[in-house]
Design a protein around this ligand. Structure first.
Ligand code: ATP
Ligand code: MG
Length: 503
């Protein structure tokens, strides 16, 4: 994208008002001054502190400097109304940039003056450019306006900025920045969507803490990016992700995700393949669905965002659909990322007692999934198949629906190993085969609970944890396969022709 070209197109289209929503004031005003010079127009800048002054772009120093003109060489006008009157009275066609002017929009005189200047645009050729981080134009003047977006740096540009920051660090510290190539690639991918100045700031913080770029820098950068743009809390940032090694079993699912890792994280290298859109994990309680969702983000090295339909309903009552659009937009800015929708059936129940809101919510989500070309990968989970709307599970909506069944013997051994290890015990001291044989019908969560309980018994007995402690806990547990026998059978029957086994 060429900013100068695009700005010129807008200026030549004769919109009386142009809005630029950006934190990068300096870049915006320099660009405007250069565009004005190219079009042979004068350029003025107003701020509440410096008043209205003529400026020009100095191509030698690459800076914006004061310009002398006869008409404006009196004391600069600070008062916004007087400044607008002065612009209105001026005979010079040109570009007038007003910074943070939105603070004054509740004054009827201001809005009226802007409208009058806009209406005279055809005769006098004066363009007002409003620059602020956020601009909501009053209705009277909104239809005179066009908005212009400053382009954001692409991956090559971010790489360049990274090199520049690394050079600065090396000069200051006398040695080079150490960089893990994969972490560097992921860091660059994670910074897409930010402005030049924010990118520089984040790169500096990643380099300056230890003079290296490693995987450890990623969560902090992702969190900082989220904090910058996700302030309305419609999606939450999950700092804790997981690794595949934390998840027992799920062999097929892991392989499926592994095959798509490169495609998702470095899309430019695999541009002949379609980006994966998302998966649905259906299965028994405590089977590790939520854990797996976290692992997708962890393994791909991308941010994990959580979308909770309950929050969308409650945040601003009556604005549910607007909320979901905002939430999805935010996810697009964070892309590539994983958008985790836990227990999706709870947010979009098939019943129609909510006057169709949940239906429209699902419709918005599905349309967006079909149309968005950003790398936002949805991982949705569900327990209750009865409540799943047929639109969601229709072929082609999601890439795949995986069924997470109770773990088999081999997977149970693996889950025991993971949780014994996690609590700093040596798995060689345990008979994992025996534990697996005795825990037929247990879910992953129940296996974890058996270990947790056994740890307490061991502490009470003041001996180190062993297989017998775990076997005793297993004996005390009534597993899900018994308590919810019917539900699990019907879940399996449903899953048979509709889903792919995760393990
Ligand atoms: N396959 C597994 N491997 C390792 N740990 C597991 C596995 N399945 C479950 N667990 C353990 O059980 C905990 C709970 O599982 P999780 O919340 O992921 O299950 P779930 O399928 O989302 O359950 P629910 O349907 O109740 O939400 C996990 O945090 C993990 O510690
Ligand atoms: Mg869960």
């Amino acid at each position: 994208m060429n900013d100068m070209h695009d700005l010129e197109v807008i200026l030549r289209s004769h919109f009386p008002i142009i809005t630029i929503e950006s934190h990068e004031e300096r870049r915006a005003t320099e660009l405007l001054a250069r565009a004005a010079a190219k079009l042979g127009q004068c350029f003025h800048l107003w701020t509440i502190t410096d008043g209205l002054r003529p400026h020009k772009y100095n191509s030698d120093t690459l800076e914006l400097v004061d310009a002398d003109t006869e008409e404006f060489n009196t004391e600069p006008e600070h008062d916004p109304i007087k400044a607008l009157r002065k612009i209105k009275a001026s005979t010079q066609p040109g570009i007038y940039a007003l910074l943070d002017f939105h603070d004054h929009f509740d004054d009827a005189v201001i809005v009226r003056l802007i409208k009058e200047i806009a209406q005279d645009h055809n005769i006098e050729g004066k363009t007002l450019v409003l620059i602020s981080h956020e601009i909501q134009l009053p209705a009277q003047i909104a239809h005179f306006s066009a908005s212009f977006d400053l382009s954001l740096p692409d991956k090559d540009k971010i790489k360049q900025l990274l090199m520049d920051e690394a050079k600065v660090w090396a000069l200051k510290n006398g040695n080079n920045v150490k960089a893990d190539p994969e972490a560097m690639e992921l860091l660059i991918t994670n910074l897409v969507g930010l402005t030049v100045s924010d990118t520089k700031r984040f790169l500096r913080s990643a380099i300056h803490n230890d003079g290296a770029i490693t995987h450890d820098d990623l969560p902090d950068i992702q969190k900082a990016k989220y904090d910058l743009i996700g302030q309305d809390g419609l999606v939450s940032f999950e700092y804790d992700t997981a690794k595949f090694s934390d998840v027992g079993g799920m062999k097929q699912l892991k392989q499926w995700l592994d095959r798509r890792k490169a495609l998702f994280t470095s899309p430019e290298q695999s541009n002949t393949l379609d980006a994966p859109k998302g998966i649905l994990l259906v299965g028994v309680q405590g089977g590790g669905k939520s854990l797996t969702a976290k692992a997708v983000a962890g393994v791909w090295g991308v941010p994990l965002l959580r979308l909770d339909f309950g929050v969308l309903y409650n945040k601003f009552f009556g604005e549910t659909e607007k909320n979901i659009r905002k939430a999805l937009k935010l996810a697009e800015v964070m892309a590539p990322c994983v958008l985790w929708i836990d227990e999706i059936e709870k947010g979009i129940a098939t019943g129609d007692y909510d006057s169709g809101t949940s239906k429209r919510l699902l419709g918005t989500l599905l349309t967006w999934m079909a149309e968005s070309n950003k790398h936002v990968f949805i991982v949705a989970t569900a327990n209750d198949i009865q409540a799943l709307p047929p639109e969601l599970i229709r072929k082609g909506r999601l890439d795949e629906i995986f069924f997470v069944d109770l773990p088999n013997n081999e997977t149970r051994q693996e889950i025991f190993r993971i949780h014994i290890n996690k609590r700093q015990h040596d798995t060689n001291n345990f008979d994992l085969g025996l534990l697996a044989d005795h825990s037929d019908g247990f879910s992953g969560a129940e296996i974890e609970q058996a270990i947790v309980g056994a740890c307490y018994s061991a502490v009470a007995e003041e001996i180190s944890l062993n297989s017998n402690h775990v076997l005793e806990e297993i004996g005390r547990t009534k597993p899900l396969s018994i308590v919810m026998q019917e539900k699990i059978s019907s879940l399996r029957a449903w899953a048979k022709n509709r889903t792919v086994p995760a393990d």
